[in-house]
Write a protein that binds this ligand. Structure first.
Ligand code: EPZ
Length: 420
């Protein structure tokens, strides 16, 4: 657990690590090349380690160099099976399905199962791969997929009830790179992590155009080759640090951060009275005046990211008036609400929305993390709250933030990690 003394005013510099959500599908792309891929800038996170185990189960060799590069050798894939014991811990495991189908002509991958942030079906992944000619059925909780004669390119509409799907686009795009003929993915996700994957695939020899737009065109090729690739910085981590500066009325220089990936976030921060100035390789974020209330609705990129919804709720809990947060991607993603109310916030859930009546101060309390971004929101609340906050189940935060307490402490936070 974390023991956090507050309130503090953060001051100093924090460096953003590589993107978790770009690294995971790019690790899966290593399956497609039948050789040694070297990835640079991959963060040291438990999710990355678990994904490495998943690839090793398939037959890959996964190793970290002294320099911190991640090497994935997929020369041998003799067991195209994604085990429940691993996929249940990390839903992103689902994105080995498309590459395995394209590389081996068959795959068996566990259905991901339940998630704290809400219902997360994979029906669109399956629909897209079926469109490419795969025969897919479910057996004993596993997705069993076959494409004995290879995949064939097609025009595919990949939109769903909540708009585009990030990992669904990744899965179908990776499979289409080795399919016969042309594939058009309409309503593709435009997240920077999807573009990073597409850029990596093109470096491997794929032919993908329309990157960053909702219409991806993929000309199938015979084979892909191993590459060395640098993953993009983590925009959600950068956004979390921006909110840390704002919620503590501090000033942080955030490096290795691409403002282009965060325009909706920066726009919202400036709207609530936070100063965000572009700087070399990043930005400087500060706040000196009151927090202005705001309305936030989460949307697919380039809209406001759902992965920063919880952190902004902590900020708006201290605003000078009422705010509303509407969660349009994961309508049940509000596990942090009750915990923030334990810290004297005044939040009321109304369906897929939360009404926030701003309070003058948060009070420290023992709280429980339920998922990755909820735990980030509770840590930010602990930085601003009066007294000693304890956050249990820190393993959630380690899934997506590398040694976050050390980096925040270097900017004036007082966080201690304790074994319980
Ligand atoms: C990715 O999850 C991210 N995970 C999530 O980040 C992020 O919250 C999400 O995209 C949205 O931005 C990774 O990249 C590893 P989706 P993904 O498919 O791809 C529905 C974090 O905190 N849907 O874009 O699983 C789905 O239920 C994590 O780092 C279907 O209905 O999300 C949701 O409502 C949490 N059927 C919406 O679409 C499908 O087949 C968007 O989900 C697929 C999705």
């Amino acid at each position: 657990m974390f023991r956090i003394e507050g309130p503090v005013r953060l001051a100093g510099q924090v460096d953003v690590r590589g993107s978790k959500n770009a690294s995971l599908p790019i690790m899966a792309a290593g399956i497609l090349v039948g050789g040694k891929t070297t990835l640079k800038g991959v963060p040291n996170l438990s999710d990355i380690a678990v994904f490495g185990q998943l690839l090793e189960e398939l037959g890959c060799k996964v190793a970290k160099t002294d320099g911190g590069d991640l090497c994935i050798d997929s020369t041998v894939i003799d067991n195209p099976h994604g085990d429940y014991e691993i996929v249940r811990k990390m839903r992103a495991g689902i994105c080995i399905l498309g590459p395995l189908l394209a590389r081996c002509g068959r795959a068996e991958v566990s259905m991901p199962g339940g998630c704290a942030i809400g219902d997360r079906p994979v029906d669109i992944h399956i629909r897209g791969l079926r469109e490419l000619g795969a025969e897919i059925h479910l057996a004993n909780g596993y997705i069993v997929a076959d494409a004995p004669h290879g995949l064939v390119g097609k025009n595919i509409f990949l939109g769903g009830p909540f708009g585009s799907t990030v990992l669904g686009t990744a899965n179908v795009m990776m499979a289409a790179t080795l399919a016969k003929g042309k594939t058009v993915i309409e309503s593709a996700a435009c997240e920077p992590e999807v573009s990073d994957l597409a850029n990596c695939l093109n470096k491997m020899g794929a032919k993908i155009t329309g990157i960053g737009s909702p219409r991806l065109v993929i000309e199938g090729v015979k084979q892909l080759s191993p590459v060395e690739y640098q993953v993009i910085p983590d925009r959600i981590e950068a956004g979390t640090f921006m909110v840390a500066a704002a919620v503590t009325a501090g000033q942080l220089r955030i490096t290795n951060c691409r403002l282009d990936d965060l325009m909706a976030v920066v726009d919202k921060l400036r709207g609530v009275g936070v100063t965000v100035e572009a700087a070399d390789n990043g930005c400087v974020v500060s706040r000196s005046g009151p927090i202005i209330p705001a309305d936030i609705t989460t949307q697919p990129f380039p809209g406001f990211p759902t992965d920063l919804q919880a952190q902004f709720m902590t900020l708006l809990a201290l605003a000078d008036g009422n705010s509303i947060v509407v969660e349009k991607i994961f309508p049940d993603r509000f596990m942090h609400v009750a915990e923030l109310n334990r810290m004297a916030a005044n939040l009321r859930k109304e369906g897929p929305a939360v009404i926030i009546a701003g309070v003058k101060r948060l009070m420290a309390a023992p709280v429980m993390a339920s998922d990755l971004r909820a735990s980030a929101a509770l840590i930010l609340a602990g930085l601003a709250a009066y007294g000693t906050t304890t956050v249990q189940r820190v393993y959630h935060i380690d899934r997506g933030y590398e040694k976050i307490e050390e980096r925040l402490n270097s900017a004036g936070a007082k966080i201690v990690r304790e074994n319980v």
